[in-house]
Design a protein around this ligand. Sequence first.
Ligand SMILES: [Zn+2]
Length: 197
Amino acid sequence: MGKPSVSFFAMDFVLLFAVMGFIFAVFDLSGLMFVSELFLLLAFIFLLAFGMYMAYNNKKSGWALLSLTLLFLLLDASFILLTAGKFGAALLATILFSIAGFVISLLNMISHPDEVRIEKFEDEKGYYALADSIKSEEEPNIEKTFIPGKFIASRKSNKFHIAKCDWAKRVSKENQIWFDSKEDAEIKGFQADRCVV
Ligand SMILES: [Zn+2]
């Protein structure tokens, strides 16, 4: 899933309708219920945006966060329904689109979109592709250590990449070699990958 999938775009609309429905449902409330639900609304928007950001960056945990948040949104909408006793179109939309979004997130978690990427790396890396892909499963936080503008290579390959390159993101931590410049990498015997301009 190097590029956003169809389900990602479908999710955009589902979340939009779910959140819009919830906004109308919340502004239909009054008193303490309104205040507390307004805070929950902000929390839901933040969590959903963060989940979408992670899902966009091919993180399985993004879909997990989305499904969990939508489950809570669904529970909260049901809670409003039971306590406020008003069953309007807004609440109906929230419930229906939360369920739809929950199902999409769950399917994305199960279908394991990472698999598509591994094939792409096989041309570049030969038989190490599988070994690296298994290892990188255990290290979802590698990106945090990337420094923009620097170059990276794997001990298992002779090519070096820009830190933002998809390939670079899959080099496991113990195999990372960093360079300050292209020249530095070339002196040490590495060749520039296509991503290096
Ligand atoms: Zn590259």
